[in-house]
Design a binder for this molecule. Sequence first.
Ligand SMILES: CC(C)(COP(=O)(O)OP(=O)(O)OC[C@H]1O[C@@H](n2cnc3c(N)ncnc32)[C@H](O)[C@@H]1OP(=O)(O)O)[C@@H](O)C(=O)NCCC(=O)NCCS
Length: 146
Amino acid sequence: MINLRKITEEIFPAIIKMKMPEDQHFVAPNVYSLAEAWLYPSARPFAIYNDDLLVGFIMLDWNPNKQDLGIWRLMIAVDQQGKGYGQDTIKIVIEMAKKEGKFKSLSLDYTPENKIGEHIYYKLGFRPTGEIDEGEIIMKLDIKEN
Ligand SMILES: CC(C)(COP(=O)(O)OP(=O)(O)OC[C@H]1O[C@@H](n2cnc3c(N)ncnc32)[C@H](O)[C@@H]1OP(=O)(O)O)[C@@H](O)C(=O)NCCC(=O)NCCS
């Protein structure tokens, strides 16, 4: 089962080594994301595990002053893709956001070429807001009525 864990010294090297092939350059390198996590207090990076196997990396934008929880980065290791882990990870984040209580929505963005990302985001209920940020389509999922 998919679970999110804090990034420890032990798993740091494996997170850094997790790289995407040329045709999947839709996400920043994890070393860059972890540098941003040092810079921005709202960044919450996690290792994605399936049971006890490391399968990916996610970074949330968990800003206490916002009612929107951002999915800032998402990466499933190449040899672990297509097994439903990306979708299950987002479902866990949706549950985390609901449990926290203060978030009204989740948001993310993706490049239009990222057809797998597009497919799973639509499937999970995200819809475009109409905004485009540097060529990236911004999507949102409302988790509260008002
Ligand atoms: C995008 C990503 C996170 C998805 O995670 P994943 O674990 O591989 O995805 P899942 O197995 O949960 O789901 C894949 C879905 O895409 C579908 N799919 C596969 N190829 C597809 C294609 N060419 N076009 C559209 N959908 C496609 C699958 O059928 C499946 O959907 P289904 O469950 O409805 O059948 C992962 O592939 C990844 O890390 N990619 C590179 C980095 C990236 O793009 N990050 C996101 C940046 S916004």
